[in-house]
Design a binder for this molecule. Structure first.
Ligand code: M6R
Length: 607
């Protein structure tokens, strides 16, 4: 959730560190700080966004060509200068930045305090600085290794010492990437901060210790044994992490969806033959053929994608599916075994709750699959097999293109499983895939209605509450629309199955309560029209997303958003787009920081 950036080279470090932090700010923006080796360790920190740190550096620039930096999402201790990273030891010679959580920090702190260490923050991270100090005998790498043996929990760490021209980094459960430049190195928690400098990267593994020094980089394990890690290439372009003329990443990413859906499908389907090719699943096809049940596990928007996946897989592949919040699955004694398939759905591939659920499923012998965006992420690496969604870096904290990327992957997976297990005729598969291929063009048409949707957002932008109602495969879209709205605009919103409304939530309805309905051409639409009538009778205001040609809703709705009519199973692709735009515009009109909603961070790497 926090961001780490480090630089080792011959250029002035602080502008590079600041730039790295700006790239990583979407991972946490409660405070920011940096330390550079400049005749000693010089540290500057500021509460709030990276621009506050930048303002501080304008008045107090730092020399030095080696440094570490951090942008924080607070877990232990309020956002404050004292709690901002880097954290230092008593001598002030050591500085540490850390992502993750040190579970045993209280015990370590008590022990270190009893040995005379004086702490200045409320964070778990500060124990790392004092531990390294305690173990330091002239070799930073060795002291970090010894400290690692004492730490419980998760960490991505970068450490510097005033007496050594080095950065030492270590990883357990929190990602770290090394970027290899020409005579210089970049260290980051996320390759988006590295891509503009080099495309050659190494993803560190758990318990790797990385040392950057004058003679190059060295990766070792806890026993000091050298490791020869694979140098990989960043495959996406730097423009993908620029706003490209859009005021916010969220809007850019909404508009990217037509092309991104094509990217997810590329090379994976033959609509006329009704065939899907998922290379990542080839080796596990035997187990997929025999699977008794599928359990999908994820959080937030990815959980909503999983719910749509349930409809798709049950309809097309006829395999029973359960969808679990990762956060809840780990509280259960789940009935998972070798005949089950567990699917982790994640944009970042680093969500700690989903990783925990994945480990649980693995321990029960289930076949584990990942449907993930970030290449090389922890979930992608810890699952038995899987499929990337390939929607490119998603920077807006509110997930948009990853959602439709996940939906696309689920359509492909459901068709693949249906064909593999003989539950889907080639002609049916062909029909779905042909319609899927047309989805990007349909989304383009909805995007042309952006101004109309903005006007609807303006009308309701002062509302305090919103209800989102949907049915069947569009119920998850009601949930997703409500999440998007509350996440970025801070308007309270709830997603409810349309017909559940009369079982309780209808008591909330009066003339101040806007209610958004999602209609599709499926069997339920007549009943959903009945639900609209019930709201109308109670003076609720109605916004309705309806397929083109559906005229009955005009009698009830104050505002209609028409979307192209498609196969019912593909209707979520189209109903979600207006909801993303509605949330975006409501937030923007209300003056919210759309890409950095308060209290949130892009990847939630703590449980
Ligand atoms: O990276 P993941 O997909 O695993 O993240 C899961 C959720 O934290 C994420 O979808 C979150 O709900 C988004 N901010 C929603 O827009």
């Amino acid at each position: 959730m926090c961001g780490i950036f480090g630089y080792f080279g011959s250029r002035l470090a602080y502008p590079l560190l600041l730039n790295g932090l700006r790239r990583l700010e979407y991972r946490g923006y409660d405070s920011a700080g940096l330390s550079v080796l400049d005749g000693g360790v010089r540290t500057l920190k500021a509460v709030g966004k990276v621009k506050n740190l930048e303002a501080l550096l304008d008045t107090c620039p730092l020399a030095g060509s080696v440094g570490i930096a951090h942008t924080r999402w607070a877990t232990h201790g309020v956002p404050s200068t004292q709690n901002a990273h880097p954290h230092q030891d008593c001598s002030g010679k050591i500085a540490v930045v850390h992502n993750g959580i040190i579970d045993n920090y209280k015990a370590l702190r008590t022990l270190l305090e009893s040995q005379g260490h004086v702490f200045t923050s409320d964070t778990d991270t500060e124990v790392v600085a004092h531990l390294v100090e305690e173990f330091y005998e002239g070799e930073l790498e060795e002291a970090v290794r010894k400290a690692m043996l004492e730490l419980e929990g998760t960490y991505g760490l970068a450490v510097v010492h005033a007496d050594e021209h080095k950065i030492v980094a270590a990883r357990k459960g929190s990602p770290l990437v090394l970027g290899i430049g020409e005579g210089e190195y970049f260290l980051a928690s996320d390759p988006t901060a590295i891509a503009e400098h080099t495309r050659n990267v190494i993803y560190l593994d758990d318990f790797n210790v990385l040392t950057l020094a004058e003679d190059g980089y060295r990766v070792t394990d806890l026993t000091k044994a050298p490791i020869d890690p694979k140098v990989e290439k960043i495959t996406w372009e730097v423009e993908e992490i620029e706003r490209g003329g859009f005021p916010y990443f969220m809007l850019k990413e909404i508009y990217e969806q037509p092309s991104r859906i094509l990217d997810t499908c590329r090379g994976r389907m033959n609509p006329s033959a009704g065939e899907v090719y998922l290379g990542g699943l080839r080796e596990v096809s035997d187990r997929l053929l025999k699977a008794r049940r599928i359990v999908i596990s994820s959080c937030g928007t990815s959980w909503h994608a999983g719910l749509v996946g349930e409809y798709l897989i049950e309809s097309l592949a006829k395999i029973p599916v359960e969808v679990e919040y990762s956060t809840e699955l780990v509280c259960k004694e789940p009935m998972l075994g070798p005949e089950d398939v567990f699917i982790a759905v994640s944009q970042s591939g680093e969500t700690a709750d989903t990783l925990a659920a994945l480990r649980l499923a693995s321990s029960r012998g289930a076949l584990t699959l990942g449907i993930v965006n970030v290449v090389g992420s922890s979930i992608a690496r810890q699952t038995d097999a899987g499929a990337y969604i390939h929607v490119g870096p998603e920077i807006g904290v509110a997930s948009t293109k990853a959602f439709t990327g996940h939906l696309t992957a689920f359509v492909l997976l459901a068709v693949y499983l249906g064909r593999l297990r003989g539950s889907l005729e080639a002609s049916q598969a062909s029909q779905i895939l042909t319609e899927l291929a047309a989805i990007p063009a349909h989304i383009e048409r909805i995007l042309e209605r952006n101004e109309d949707i903005r006007e609807i957002a303006r009308v309701y932008s002062r509302s305090s509450n919103f209800l989102y109602l949907g049915r069947g495969i569009n119920f998850p879209i009601a949930l997703e629309g409500a999440l998007k709205l509350k996440e970025v605009s801070y308007i309270h919103a709830e997603g409810i199955p349309s017909a559940e409304m009369k079982h309780g939530p209808i008591s909330l309805v009066d003339e101040t309560m806007p209610v958004l309905f999602i209609l599709s051409k499926g069997d339920g639409s007549t009943r959903v029209l009945g639900n609209m009538e019930e709201i109308r009778a109670r003076k609720g205001r109605i916004v309705a997303i309806v397929p083109e040609g559906e005229e009955r809703a005009t009698a009830y709705a104050d505002h209609l958003i028409r979307v192209p009519e498609v196969h019912e199973l593909l209707s979520p692709f189209l109903s979600v787009i207006p909801l993303q735009l509605l949330a975006y515009h409501a937030a923007e009109i209300r003056g919210c920081d759309v890409d950095k909603p308060r209290n949130l961070a892009k990847a939630v790497t703590v449980q």
